[in-house]
Design a protein around this ligand. Structure first.
Ligand code: ASP
Length: 338
């Protein structure tokens, strides 16, 4: 009921996203559905949707979906992304299914699809997380090829630029920043958008089962060995098949501080809509950070068991992609608090 009420309230504000709501009645569940972070979510959703529309499992959808982004050299996710301060690309990823099975890899080098390695960790080992050379060793044993250590052309250029000043500080709004030597090292794409470092995806399949994935190169020019929230179950991603699923992007340190994605799911358990749950998580970060909140960006997105979706961020510039039909794969600007 709470959900429906906030849905109506938003509708009265004339928010365009709700024209796509597709809900015919209060009791209807919208499934399948997939949502993911940033502009890249459109292409990733498309791949995920192909699986979901055929009756496939949400777990397969969220793996295949973010693999599109990991493969793209035009994005800050995957091996084409910006390196750490020492010039190495290190990748972090996790995945979680409807049975609370989860797998994660972090500080993984020279492997193209960390999300698939994370899935193998989940399915083939008694563990949840493998890192560094151990994760790479496992990936090679599983048949993943060792890719070149060479940086992509754009990453090489960005790294050389960064080395000129070696500044190490966050940029408040990745999407609007033009500071090439900054922490996030944004890069302008041909279509005029700005890059970032992560894709998070959550989905519900036709059987009503939830799964999620999150994959990243981490922040550009990070300290060697630094991990953010993205490979950490509960921080960058959380799925509870009874309630909903959430994922995060932005300054990982501050997502970890509040166990962000787990918090969003727990807030939905208390009856909040996905959007309001994301909003409260963002509010908690702002409260902790105080005035420093204006220097960072964090965005959350979430779905619940009814197929309702929502997202919220600290400040303007975050968006996410929502797909629940062949002709419904669209971007929504995240609402923001500052
Ligand atoms: N959350 C990622 C990290 O902290 C960065 C991002 O979302 O762009 O590594």
């Amino acid at each position: 009921m709470l959900e429906r009420r906030s849905f109506l309230k938003l509708g009265s504000l004339g928010l365009s996203a709700l024209t796509f709501s597709g809900f015919k009645s209060e009791t209807e569940t919208r499934k399948p559905i997939v949502i993911s972070t940033w502009n890249e979510g459109i292409a990733a959703n498309k791949a995920a949707w192909n699986i979901l529309r055929a009756g496939g499992r949400a777990l397969d959808a969220v793996e295949q979906g973010v693999m599109v982004t990991e493969s793209s050299l035009n994005c800050c996710v995957g091996l084409g992304a910006n390196p750490d301060r020492d010039g190495y690309v290190t990748l972090d990823s996790c995945i979680m299914d409807e049975h609370a099975n989860c797998g994660s890899v972090a500080f993984l080098e020279r492997i193209k699809h960390p999300v698939s390695v994370a899935r193998r960790v989940m399915e083939k080992t008694p563990h949840v997380m493998l890192v560094g050379s151990g994760a790479q060793q496992f990936a090679l044993a599983e048949g993943f090829p060792l890719e070149s250590a060479k940086l992509s052309e754009s990453a090489q250029k960005a790294y050389e630029n960064w080395l000129k000043k070696s500044e190490y500080k966050p940029v408040a709004n990745i999407e609007n920043s033009k500071n090439e030597s900054a922490f996030y090292a944004p890069k302008k794409l041909e279509n005029g958008d700005w890059n970032h470092d992560t894709i998070g995806m959550v989905a519900m399949d036709a059987n009503g089962n939830l799964s999620g994935s999150c994959t990243t190169s981490g922040m550009g020019f990070k300290m060697r060995g630094r991990l953010g929230d993205s490979p950490i179950i509960g921080a960058g991603l959380f799925v509870d098949n009874e309630i909903g699923a959430a994922t995060a992007t932005g300054q990982g340190e501050d997502v970890i501080r509040i166990c962000g994605s787990h918090l969003v799911v727990e807030l939905m358990r208390q009856g909040l809509s996905p959007e309001n749950a994301c909003k409260q998580a963002v509010e908690r970060i702002i409260k902790i950070k105080g005035a420093a909140a204006k220097d960072i960006q964090v965005g959350f997105i979430a779905i619940n068991k009814k197929g309702a979706y929502g997202g919220y961020c600290i400040q303007k510039g975050f968006n996410f992609a929502v797909c629940f039909a062949d002709d419904k794969n669209f971007l929504i600007d995240g609402k923001y608090l500052l």
